[in-house]
Design a protein around this ligand. Structure first.
Ligand SMILES: Nc1nc2c(ncn2[C@@H]2O[C@H](COP(=O)(O)OP(=O)(O)OP(=O)(O)O)[C@@H](O)[C@H]2O)c(=O)[nH]1
Ligand SMILES: [Mg+2]
Length: 456
């Protein structure tokens, strides 16, 4: 049995409108204790989802604001329960008094994400949709908004559900054949099983293929600025950010620790990591910094390899060029173009198909750099097949389902009995159930919703 929860759903700063939100049994009755409609009618009598104008009262019954109240009755609400909203002036003190009055009227404070959690428990959203709500709140680019919106609209759930249903049919049919040998049921054909498994595998691996892009869109591309000391890595970071984030000097070894900032380049969100310049020697601090540089490169989807193009390449550039290969992709950035370029550009172009000539000092070439990054990470547009996996939990569930189906298929082709293969099919169904939340452990649910803010 669920109880009545209340929260302030808007940020605690003076703003145009602030919203108090309630969900659970008795929501309308609680509002009636803190709100007087100018019409004289109570909210318990008010029609569903109509805006009612009136006065908000504090817990002593003193008027504190003029507000709009609305009731959405179960099951036609965000949470699937009776819910109420009070749209007040966005005054933090008014909202705090209003919330206190709601507590006095029987509500208790909502926990982080509890409204959305209830929506999930009441079947209003599945787990991937609930996660999409979180992604939408945190979206920093157009593509991230579109991806979260696609997931919220059920893009992933639909694809997972199609595969799930096919596997349910398969195992139901099979159990029927096994359990009722005397009944007139179509015999189970090996070919049917094999085909169905193959369809499931194809669907799941297509879904899994969306993960890398989906993750980059939702969380940003991990991108490391690599290069020898004094190549201009920190200058480039500052130029891309548009302010002096990192210290720049002409002393080699200026940057010693990693510095991380997010930046949007042509719609691509980059988690840009400035690192200690790579060179032989250096003091103990610098050497530790270089270890961090290497570790960052190992995790990077992109290295921006910064070279000082105004002087010939040095042995330290060669070290940096080799280290940059640790990243999944390398974009070569030939810097200091304002001083003239003496490095052998054709030779570099032959080695690095993605290459840009820039000046971190004047800003020349930075728009080309943005375009080159965008070309490496094409962003999905609005409505363009947006069912993308965006987090590790989703990817792990799909991977488990796919592995189980492959196992079933392998075993089946190797001649193990179909009922043994079906055990693996059922394992795949379990993993798909976890993806959408049909079957999911309580602690996993806790973790997902604890990421949300109070009032969401
Ligand atoms: N003329 C010119 N000078 C630049 C440019 N970019 C950087 N510099 C200069 O090069 C020197 C080194 O720049 P940094 O950005 O500190 O180089 P870094 O690669 O971060 O160096 P470390 O942190 O020591 O590894 C500074 O004196 C900068 O002003 C550029 O595009 N043109
Ligand atoms: Mg630096």
């Amino acid at each position: 049995m669920s109880d009545l929860i209340a929260a302030i759903a808007t940020p605690p700063i003076p703003c145009a409108i602030g919203i108090l939100r309630l969900s659970g049994p008795g929501a309308a009755a609680a509002v009636d204790q803190v709100f007087r409609a100018f019409s004289g009618r109570t909210m318990t009598q008010a029609p569903d989802r109509a805006l009612v104008y009136g006065t908000l009262l504090d817990r002593e019954g003193a008027p504190i604001d003029r507000v709009l109240a609305t009731i959405s009755r179960a099951p036609h609400s965000y949470t699937g329960e009776d819910t109420a909203e009070l749209q007040c002036h966005g005054a933090p003190a008014v909202l705090a008094l209003g919330l206190e009055a709601l507590y006095a009227a029987g509500a208790r404070p909502a926990k982080p994400g509890e409204f959305t959690r209830r929506a999930f428990l009441n079947g209003k959203l599945d787990l991937t949709q609930a996660e999409a709500v979180g992604d939408l709140l945190e979206a920093q680019t157009d593509a991230a908004v579109h991806t979260a919106a696609g997931q919220l609209a059920g893009g992933i759930s639909r694809r997972a559900e199609e595969i799930y249903r096919e596997l349910v049919d398969l195992s139901a049919h099979f159990h029927a054949v096994l359990d009722y040998p005397d009944e007139d049921i179509d015999p189970f054909r090996a070919e049917t099983l094999s085909k169905a498994l193959e369809r499931g595998e194809n669907g799941l691996s297509a879904l899994l293929d969306t993960y890398e892009r989906g993750r980059f869109v939702a969380r940003g591309v991990p991108c490391v600025l690599a290069g020898r000391t004094n190549a201009g890595k920190s200058s480039l970071l500052n130029a891309l950010l548009g302010y002096q984030r990192a210290i720049v000097t002409d002393i080699p070894g200026t940057t010693r620790d990693t510095v991380e900032e997010t930046v949007r380049l042509d719609g691509v969100l980059l988690r840009l990591i400035d690192t200690a310049g790579l060179r032989e020697g250096g003091d103990a601090v610098e050497r530790l910094g270089m270890e961090r540089s290497r570790a960052a490169l190992d995790r990077a989807a992109l290295a921006l390899l910064v070279l000082d193009g105004s002087v010939p390449l040095t042995p330290e550039d060669k070290i940096a060029m080799a280290e940059a290969q640790r990243a999944e992709r390398v974009l070569c950035v030939v810097n200091k173009a304002d001083r003239g370029t003496v490095v052998d550009l054709p030779a570099l172009r032959a080695r690095y198909p993605a290459l840009c000539l820039v000046s971190a000092r004047t800003g020349a070439g930075l728009s080309d750099l943005s375009a080159s990054v965008a070309a490496l990470f094409p962003q999905p547009g609005a409505g363009g097949g947006l069912a993308m996996l965006t987090n590790a939990r989703q990817a792990q569930a799909v991977t488990r389902a796919l592995d189980a189906l492959r196992e079933a298929h392998r075993g089946f082709l190797a001649g193990i009995t179909p009922d043994a293969a079906l055990t693996d099919v059922e394992e795949a169904m379990g993993a798909l159930g976890e993806l959408t939340g049909r079957t999911v452990r309580e602690d996993v649910v806790d973790r997902i919703f604890s990421r949300f803010c109070v009032g969401k």
